[in-house]
Design a protein. Structure first.
Length: 248
């Protein structure tokens, strides 16, 4: 049976027991049928990945004992994904897949044609955490509160290029724009950005418009496609070397 892999907010140190997060005790006992002494893998986004064991477990309560580090922590170098707020199922799917694809941060954006006017950040953060546990990444992407597009642009750090998927404007292919630093990606809502929104975006020197091909994509498809292109050309798909099991 597979070894459960769990994210924790606590520091990971050899021999220093930590409490399981809410829900993890029940997952270990009722779902995975694990017992005291069984192996677990632990990570927190700071201290690398650790092999450990269940120190105690009772109903929803458990404590976990880190024993040895098996992977060092590496800087998170993936792209930032900004995505217009979508319907719940689509938004949850985007967060899950963006986590698997290595986005280092996910920022919901409120636009004219965005469906909801708010986003369930707690729910999306849980989805990101579970996806990180499953895909063996060493951190969980930052999940920001939803913010209006104009506020995002006003606060943007111009040192990070922002590439906008603009399917209804003349624009260069995304792959041709990936010659500098790893950019952030902005994906619009179903129906796309409005003309005034695109005009406002184009006025900023750090913004570039990009095409994702000859077809009109759903927002969630566009997000996954854009992340895959960036990761394949400039991200960790292009520079990956296996480290699992190498220890220290």
């Amino acid at each position: 049976m597979s070894i459960p892999r769990l994210f924790t907010e606590h520091d990971l140190r050899e021999g220093a027991a930590i409490p399981a997060a809410p829900g993890q005790g029940r997952y270990l006992g009722a779902v995975m049928r694990k017992r005291e002494g069984d192996a677990v893998l632990l990570f927190n986004g700071r201290d690398g990945e650790w092999r450990g064991r269940i120190a105690s477990i009772r109903k929803d309560d458990a404590s976990l004992l880190p024993e040895s580090r098996i992977r060092p922590q590496l800087p998170s170098a993936g792209p930032i994904l900004l995505v217009a707020a979508l319907k719940r199922d689509a938004m949850e799917w985007v967060v899950e897949k963006a986590t698997e694809l290595g986005a280092r941060a996910i920022r919901p954006v409120l636009t004219t044609r965005a469906v909801p006017d708010r986003v369930n950040r707690a729910r999306l953060s849980l989805i990101a955490r579970e996806a990180a546990e499953q895909c063996e990444r060493l951190d969980v992407p930052e999940l920001a509160e939803a913010a209006p597009l104009h506020a995002v642009l006003d606060a943007w750090d111009a040192a990070t290029p922002l590439i906008v998927a603009a399917e209804r404007r003349e624009a260069a292919p995304l792959a041709s724009l990936l010659t500098g630093p790893v950019p952030a990606l902005l994906i619009g809502p179903e129906g796309g950005f409005t003309g005034p929104e695109l005009d406002a975006l184009a006025r900023h020197p750090f913004v570039a418009m990009a095409s994702l091909g000859p077809r009109i994509l759903r927002a969630e498809t566009a997000a996954v496609s854009a992340l895959a292109i960036v990761q394949a050309i400039r991200g960790d798909w292009a520079h990956h070397s296996p480290t699992i099991g190498t220890g220290e």
